[in-house]
Design a protein around this ligand. Sequence first.
Ligand code: FES
Length: 89
Amino acid sequence: MVKIKICLGSSCFARGNDRNVETIEKFLLARGLRDGVEVSLEGCLCLGKCANGPVVMVDDVCYTNVSGGVITDILNKLFPAAAEVKNEQ
Ligand code: FES
């Protein structure tokens, strides 16, 4: 199971993780990926990297400066089988 942890601290939230959550949820829905089965999606408190936010962790890898395009690229790399989901930002 892929573990995605998205920082919901105020800085990351304001810098784009509010939209990234929506992008991830839409992606998972479009791919039929179930939270708790193929993927685990959870929010977390500040990861201490606010200056480089928004921050998203995938398994043990920490991604910084995760813009909307970056989160879509990460998701497409993690789950390459199906068609790409458009980023609506
Ligand atoms: S708010 Fe995300 S790293 Fe601080």
